[in-house]
Design a protein around this ligand. Sequence first.
Ligand code: ADP
Ligand code: ADP
Ligand code: MG
Length: 471
Amino acid sequence: MIKKILIANRGEIAVRIIRACAEMGIRSVAVYTDPDRWALHVKRADEAYNIGSDPLACYLNPRQLVNLAVETGCDALHPGYGFLSENAELARICAERGIRFIGPSAEVISRMGDKTEARRSMIAAGVPVTPGTEGNLADLHEALAEAARIGYPVMLKATSGGGGRGIRRCNSQAELEQAWPRVISEATKAFGSADVFLEKCIVNPKHIEAQILADSHGNVVHLFERDCSIQRRNQKLIEIAPSPQLTPEQRAYIGDLAVRAAQAVGYENAGTVEFLLAEGEVYFMEMNTRVQVEHTISEQITGIDIVREQIRIAAGLPLSFGQEDVRHRGFAIQFRINAEDPKNGFLPSFGKITRYYAPGGPGVRVDTAIYTGYSIPPHFDSMCLKLIVWALTWEEALERGLRALDDMRLQGVKTTAAYYQEILRNPEFRSGVFDTSFVENHPELLNYSIKRKPEELALAIATALAAHAGL
Ligand code: ADP
Ligand code: ADP
Ligand code: MG
């Protein structure tokens, strides 16, 4: 069994992995850069090492991280999500140095990280794929010809993209011409590759993804699906498991497709197969070869600890359950509480958390790395807390979400919490039938007013005065 894990990540997911280690009797090693000196993952790990002053670069240096894992006597490395989690080089160096990488092999990461190659693998496996180009596009000339063949609207996408970036919808030839240099420049900057391809734009689809677990003995199971249709600019805001808008037949079909996709590429460890659903059709979109931000809701409905399973799989243990043992119960909803101002174009709002009270009570889970007095550094993601609620029925989950968001006090930065309460009150959302156009189609949900209790108002005024006086 694995005895000591280096966590090549930060924030809430590092804390999540530390918790799994603690429950499994495994020592955890955290890494941090200067701005993260006071981060929670540093406090909670058994050991923590400063890897440099640059806020970001050191979290992105595979060789340095694996060297540290070897020096500190670790036998495994968990990459979390984001950062190097889908970097084949990290998996390869781990393998070379005798460190178990908690994820699939370098070969599978490269294959699935390249969206056009992933599409080809899925077509070969008989998984339905969004219509699109066979490979990357050579130039704008080819793009225009392909778009004419596929039919507008099309999506121009970065082949190595992620996090909702490097994607542009083009409704016409003129829009494609305009988007072309932009997407290429965004892809080059964000992902270090100028490769792009085209997909047919599925109009107003539902984003449905299936969680899978695959061990090194050939066993593959799915943990049902998550509905991530509530997105803004292709980025997920609220996720739900299971999807309130699937029939049991669709659920079984999508789960089976995901298992087939994983088997086809010899997948090992936890992964997610993302699909688009529209007009009764299901299309493979991409596979994420890592633990996802929203793995929590699958854990809540199945009772399976996904991070624990990831570690067991990496240790070479077989899955301790089969598909028929995996059941789902109730509904779970995750709210990504971002330090952003919805009323101001979701502008990031970094700074000091002056007061934070966690929500609690039945069916409430919080995954976060913030605490009162912590300053959210501007160098990273604006997601500062994941609030997850679970209840037996969809209606109860909605009420629990409203109540838990109300329970929470998070002051000092602007957040998306009040906006989510508006979504929870919206009749269309409550009906459980919605697609990825929901956020864009409901700009009126931004017109909420934040009612402040007198003591909160006093604190806000005092904070503003102190800031003004330069204290
Ligand atoms: P999930 O699918 O788990 O919800 P997201 O797409 O929200 O994940 O991404 C989680 C984090 O990982 C975000 O910070 C995002 O910017 C980052 N990320 C995802 N894919 C990539 C990628 N290919 N390159 C760099 N960062 C990425
Ligand atoms: P990322 O790697 O950034 O997560 P995805 O390929 O998963 O990128 O797409 C992110 C989101 O963009 C999807 O959840 C969906 O809302 C939208 N999207 C992507 N491809 C299409 C498409 N072909 N048609 C319609 N919407 C799409
Ligand atoms: Mg995706």
